[in-house]
Every structure is written in structure tokens, then in C-alpha cells.
Design a protein around this ligand. Sequence first.
Ligand code: TYM
Length: 342
Amino acid sequence: MGKPIILTGIRSNGDLTLGNYLGAMLPLAKLQARHANAYKFNMFVPDLHSFTTPINHQDLYSNTIRNLKMFIAAGLNTEHQETYIYRQSFIPAHAELTWILDCFVYFGELNRMTQFKDKSENKNTVSVGLFNYPVLMAADILLYGAQYVPVGEDQRQHLELARDIAIRMNNLFKSDLFIVPEAWNEQLKFAGLNKGVRIRSFKNPNKKMSKSVIDPGTILLTDDPEEASKKIMAATTDSVGEINFDFATQPGISNIIQIIALLRDVPLNEVIAQWQGKHSYGDLKQEAAELVHKFLTTFQQKTSQIEDSYVDELLNRDEALMRQVANAKLLEVQQLVGLRRN
Ligand code: TYM
């Protein structure tokens, strides 16, 4: 057995947001820095997941490359010997395993997924891809035997489904067929969090900041830092008049406090203690606005310095390797379900 694996992916269905950065990119980079010797790291773009809802297809390919650059700018060390970056569609085993798993996953299970319900609500047409999205995500995880999957709170249910699928397949076919990814609470503990990260829109703090639904409260990683600061200064808050960390009653204020803690890389309690009971919402916003301004300026500078040719080189090297890893697991599954000779 080789080293355990930490794996995550970000779709290329639009411009990445501050939510993507704080929920997935930064956690992966931090885990890599902390566990460089003990784990392997898979960072991929689930490009096949990127059009489960409509997108501009002309932008897909370049968005995929840009996302990879952003991961590097976020601090992912690609010089690390056992860090692999790749695109899902360049490894056909993902799609093939999905079909096999589909035959062992129940309609009712997928129909219960809250993200499917949210994204299909009030739509005249809903793609089968949107429905099947979590099974492809399970294949992404199980093909490589990932133990830890740093994702935002919105992906918790999908991760739990991947665990259920792994356990079911192991019971049906072979007890060690798939490594079962760790349960959600273990994932949080490993990432040093006591709660999943869910960054809200600055305009609608009851909603998650999303790249598929852009609103004036969304901060994109490509936003002009000045404009981004203005969005924070204009953030929707409340009429309580006193700063408290409580998402139920003061979601806008709590969102800002959480962002400050993540960007400063200090425990949430430290930032809560600093602001608790104070009255100036403006001062709180000002701190967040300055942090985001500084972060975006540096991040954009770093992204622009990464050449396409560097990313292409990494992809060519890692995709060849990952095809072998994924094909070996796929063959094992094909043999167990009777598609290949044992
Ligand atoms: P995507 O592209 O929608 O989101 C990528 C990552 O960003 C996190 N995220 C957030 N975190 C906190 N606050 C937010 N407002 C916010 N918005 C997005 C998501 O939780 C996610 O971690 N289905 C995955 C992509 C995927 C994947 C995988 C991930 C496909 N296969 C296998 C891990 C393992 C997704 O949500 O992409």
C-alpha cells in the first residue's frame, strides 16, 4: 500500500469565487503544507461536471487551465513529488466507472440530494447529468482511493453518498475493493475545522456564494480588488446594532467574521473575541475589505505569472500516470462485475 491520498476538484463552469478559494483551494494547500511527507495529493478539474447546468462552451477549455493556475497561485506546491494535477475528461475511467456505479445507486438516493433539488427547482428542463452528478463525483474519489476530500459544506451530502457507494460495493463484491473516504466529522477534524466552510453571498447572506448564480454579493477571484472591497463595504447586515457571531440571527455579520478568520489564518474564536459586542459594523467591514483587497492583489499577480506551457507540462506528465492508476482500479471493478476475465 502506498501513502494515503488527499483529493479534491473544482469545476470549470465559471469564474471561481472567494467561496471556492476558502472552501476548497486554501484547505488543500494548507493540508499539503502540513502533511507533505505522509500523503499524496490529487488536485483535478472535474471538467465533465462543468456543464451539468448550461455554460458557455467556448470558455470551458481555457477556464479549466485557468483553474489549475489558480490552484497553484493558492499555494498548491506542484514541485512536490507526489502531487498530481489532471483533468477528469482526460482519464476515461471516470466516466466508465460512473456507468457501472449507476447500476448500484438508487433513483431515490439521487433524488434526495439537496443540491439537485436546489438546482432543478423551477427549471423547465433538467439534465440527466445534473441528476447523476454525485455518482461521477463518487467515481472521482473511489478510483484513486482517496481518504480525505477537502470540500465545502455544500458537498457534504455528495461525499457521504460516495462513502455509502463504497461500502455497498465492498459488501457486494469484495471487502477491500474501495477505500471508504473518512466520515464528514473526521474530514473536519483533519482539516482543523469544527464546522464545514460555507461562504455566503455578501448581498444575500442566507445564500451560499456561488459561481453558477452570480449576484452583486459574489466576489470572483478575477474581480478588481477595488470593486471587491466596495462589495464588502456594501454588504447586507442587520439591524441588531451589535456584533455577534450567530448565523441564524446575524448571517451577514457572521459571514464577514468567518472570512476574516480564514484570510488571516487565525482561529475563528480569536476574531469573534476581537469583535463580539462592538457596535461598528463599518469597522468590521473595513477589516474584511482590506484583507480581501490585499489577498486578491497578490493572488492575481501570482496567477498571471504562471505560464500555460508550465501547466501543460504538468498535465501531460500527471495524466499519463493517473490513467494507469485509474485503469487498474477500473479493471478490478470490471472483473468483479463480470465484464473481464478474472
Ligand atoms: P464546485 O466547483 O461547485 O465547487 C468547488 C469547491 O468549492 C467549494 N465551494 C464553497 N465552499 C465554501 N463556500 C462556498 N460558498 C463555496 N462554493 C463552492 C465546494 O464545496 C467545493 O469543495 N462537486 C464538486 C466538484 C467535484 C469534486 C469531486 C470535489 C467533482 N468531483 C471529487 C471533490 C472530489 C464541486 O462542488 O465543485
